[in-house]
Design a protein around this ligand. Structure first.
Ligand code: FAD
Ligand code: SF4
Length: 508
């Protein structure tokens, strides 16, 4: 036995560098469901089930391909309970001295492997378009690291939606045509729902017993858990959802949780799909006239733009990124995030859907739960831990920059050029939530005033020294300053009263 080959739960790709570097005739693949990884935050039961089920299927696939796989299930009596513990156990069993590992997507685990009393050869994760070095080279010397410019580099590099040196359709970005409110009728029936097979069923039974105290509903469970299912989900989205993805990607509805979203992040992030194959399929739909440029460009930008960019930032900024808090926000995460009673329909809907599906789309994460956290002054670290726990697609390299940076502005504007905050008007424009809310979105003060309206001005007022000089926020401050002084006082007093109620654990 010469090497152990570590394959983590989000590394389920045949192209994984550790597998590529190994020799299946002599090396042993180590895959382990360990307690440590299920408990550093209280992951949603659906997320744990997704990862374990997909791991078991990938392990079987590797065996079918001739690999020697040592797989530890969570309830195996010998299970050491941690990744390093499992590697040590297998090393002792086999006499192997060296571990081939692909770099984990989390500083925490990278640290554990570096400190392990074993020789660990850490290989780059080649499943991304941009290596750490490429991102560093791009970032070097720039005053601002704007995603849009990085994205153009990725378009040039991949040739996706390019006609020679020019972008297809004559523009890099078609967002101007996107972001419409939801139409009367949604023509996409949503993601495919996969019936649990025997492997999934076994995992569900295990997760039900072990993690019944974690926030979130385990059943019904229907995520794709194998590459074959992930490819079916992708095909389904490309042919049926993608054509209108751009138009309605920011819309939110009481009675439709998915609209035109693909729900492929779970498969992408655990390695069942590759970013390039997903984008190539979307570009093909455009070339064949099956989807318009605004939809395809918008979709591809999310993947070769945002997804690669946030990973670049996570690794560029280093392990302390998740603890940044430039706005000094310290309020504890209120109960409403764990399903506590609230009269705010938008929060109830976003959190309720998160509890049931381990999924919410981007605007629900950014402009409902994220917006509320930022306006209400919630500690960004607690926001980060919440997002990391509750979404099935949450892995720190992608979740943390989205939460700490984009959503909570806790990194001081590395990712977002201004904080993503809004009053109730934006939510009302993009959703039908306000129609069935106990608060009144048009009301700015008073008992039934929408909390987003009060907290929006409170946020701008309390962070005035930092933001009033931001050119993109000038209009907001001018509107605030035009309000008469008495009204401003009332808004601040009512917002403070609301925050006091939140601190006292009262439902708002
Ligand atoms: P679609 O809307 O169909 O988009 C297509 C794909 O684009 C996604 O599958 C995803 O891979 C990619 N994508 C879109 N936006 C982003 C983005 N901002 N960053 C990275 N990739 C993006 N995404 C995660 O994958 N994991 C997370 O833990 C995560 N946490 C988030 C936390 C906050 C506060 C916010 C605002 C966003 C977060 N996102 C995260 C980004 C985004 O919300 C999800 O990628 C998206 O909702 C996944 O659903 P989908 O596959 O239906 O996406
Ligand atoms: Fe949300 Fe305010 Fe609309 Fe109610 S009125 S749904 S709290 S934005």
């Amino acid at each position: 036995m010469s090497h152990l080959v570590l394959v983590l739960g989000d590394q389920l790709s045949e192209s994984l560098s550790a597998l590529q570097a190994a020799d299946k005739s002599t090396d042993m693949v180590v895959m382990s469901e360990v307690a440590d990884e299920t408990s550093y935050v209280q992951h949603h039961p659906k997320k744990i089930a997704l990862i374990f089920a997909a791991m078991r299927k990938f392990a079987q696939h590797l065996r079918d391909e001739g690999w020697n796989v040592a797989y530890a299930q969570l309830d195996d009596s010998e299970n050491a309970g941690s990744i390093v513990g499992e590697l040590l156990r297998r090393a002792e069993q086999t006499g192997a001295q060296t571990v081939l590992a692909t770099e984990p997507g989390e500083w925490r685990l990278i640290g554990h492997l570096k400190e392990a009393p074993l020789r660990v050869e850490m290989l780059p994760d080649g499943r991304f378009l941009a290596s750490h070095q490429e991102f560093e080279d791009w970032a070097d010397g720039r005053k601002q690291l704007r995603m849009e410019y990085f994205y153009r580099e990725m378009r040039r590099k991949t040739g996706l939606l390019m006609e020679g040196a020019q972008p297809s359709g004559g523009k890099w970005n078609f967002d101007h045509d996107n972001r419409k409110p939801a139409p009367d009728e949604i023509t996409f029936e949503g993601p495919l729902r996969f019936e649990p097979d025997e492997t999934v069923q076994e995992v569900l039974d295990l997760v039900e017993v072990r993690f019944s105290n974690h926030f979130g509903a385990l059943r019904p469970f229907w995520f794709a858990t194998s590459r074959a299912e992930a490819l079916q989900q992708l095909d389904h989205f490309i042919s049926k959802g993608l054509p209108k993805f751009g138009d309605f990607q920011d819309a939110m509805l009481n009675d439709n949780r998915f609209l035109y979203h693909g729900l492929i992040s779970t498969s992408l992030n655990i390695g069942l799909l590759t970013p390039l194959e997903v984008c190539t399929a979307a570009a093909r739909a455009f070339e064949q006239g099956d989807a318009p440029i605004n939809a395809v460009e918008g979709f591809i930008r999310q993947i070769i733009g945002w997804r690669e960019y946030v990973r670049g930032i996570y690794f560029l900024e280093g392990p302390d990124y998740t603890s940044r808090n430039v706005l000094g926000q310290t309020r504890d995460l209120p109960d409403v995030y764990w399903g506590g009673k609230t009269g705010m329909n938008c929060m109830a809907k976003a959190v309720g859907q998160t509890r049931e599906e381990a999924y919410a789309h981007h605007i629900q994460r950014l402009m409902i739960t994220g917006n509320f956290g930022l306006l209400a002054g919630i500690d960004p670290q607690q926001m980060h831990e919440w997002y990391l726990a509750v979404y099935a697609d949450a892995f720190e390299w992608v979740e943390a920059p989205n939460t700490v940076g984009m959503s909570q502005f806790a990194d001081g504007g590395i990712i977002a050029s201004k904080p993503y905050v809004s009053s109730g008007a934006y939510i009302n424009r993009m959703s039908d939530y306000c129609k069935s809310c106990s608060y009144k979105v048009a009301q700015k003060t008073g008992d039934t005033a929408c909390p987003f309206n009060l907290l929006y001005w409170h946020f701008l007022d309390r962070h005035r020294p930092r933001f009033s000089g931001n050119a993109r926020m000038g209009n907001m401050y001018r509107t605030w300053d035009r309000m008469d002084a008495e009204k401003r006082e009332t808004v601040i007093a009512e917002a403070n009263a609301l925050l006091d109620r939140l601190d006292a654990g009262e439902a708002i």
